[in-house]
Ligand binder design. Sequence first.
Ligand SMILES: NC(=O)c1ccc[n+]([C@@H]2O[C@H](COP(=O)([O-])OP(=O)(O)OC[C@H]3O[C@@H](n4cnc5c(N)ncnc54)[C@H](O)[C@@H]3O)[C@@H](O)[C@H]2O)c1
Length: 302
Amino acid sequence: MNFVVTGGAGFIGSHITHHLIEKNYQVTVIDDVNIETLENFGNTIKTVEFKKINILNYEDLRKAFRNVDGVFHHAALTDVQESFRKPNLYYDVNVKGTENILKIAEEFNIKVVFASSAGVYGNPEKIPIKETAVRKPLNPYGITKLECEKLIEKYSKRGNQVLTLRYFNVFGKRQTGSYAAVITRFLDKIKNKTPPEIFGDGSQTRDFIYVDDVLSANLSAMKSDIGNGFFNIGTGIKTSIKDLANLMIELSGYSLEPLFKKPVSGDIKQSQADISLANKLLNWKPKITLREGLKNLLSYNK
Ligand SMILES: NC(=O)c1ccc[n+]([C@@H]2O[C@H](COP(=O)([O-])OP(=O)(O)OC[C@H]3O[C@@H](n4cnc5c(N)ncnc54)[C@H](O)[C@@H]3O)[C@@H](O)[C@H]2O)c1
């Protein structure tokens, strides 16, 4: 089979690409980074078909989608803070880029798995969050994901196969994006034997999911018979930021205490996915605990 991974040079996309190559599928990565900067591929770079295409370039995308069986669409601008400064750019790349992919997938009858975000929920009214919860994003990045979901609803009604995965806080090796930024921030501090900094009292919670489990969710979605749907992809477990900091310190073996800083305004208080829908319809469930995932991450970053 022949797959395209858009954003395949990025954090999650590179994990999907590596796996597909290992399984001997034909894979094309579409990303607008320069090939020299594909450090996420190390030695496997020779086995990746890489096309430097901006997803806003409809004609080049269309050429790259010939004879493709499925698309893992992960290309996006992903920095929440930057999205406040450049909302129009975020709208163009994330929404118009996604519409290009949906149009071409419709023309060639290609199944799409789309990377959405728990950011579409904003500050949830209650946890665990179900897929039917109100979608009220708090930042331009989240708004672009909501707009993509609306487009997907429209294309799905026309019979296109698009499965949407709403990721919670993904973490793992080779992470660069801003989403589980708290883990990368803590890691940078702890590696240098300096205390991790917590904004507020640390009681705010997040649902952290290891990237290998996100990979398996993508594979389950691509192979499922279900044509459409929106699915939470988290662990279903909430962890407070204070507990996260203490766990990372414990695993590092260093003797450190977290530092408490002023709270950040607009910080989401609680986040936790209800993953029963993905469990039931995609036959998927996460396997890696936060402790195991963090252990892997810490040994990778030694
Ligand atoms: N990491 C998370 O915790 C998380 C959470 C929710 C949703 N997501 C979504 O998952 C997807 C992957 O996230 P990630 O963490 O791997 O991000 P990432 O920033 O590491 O990867 C995104 C990739 O998209 C590419 N890209 C950006 N603009 C492009 C364009 N115009 N044309 C072609 N390629 C372009 C980038 O070069 C990059 O390689 C994104 O859609 C993101 O919104 C991630």
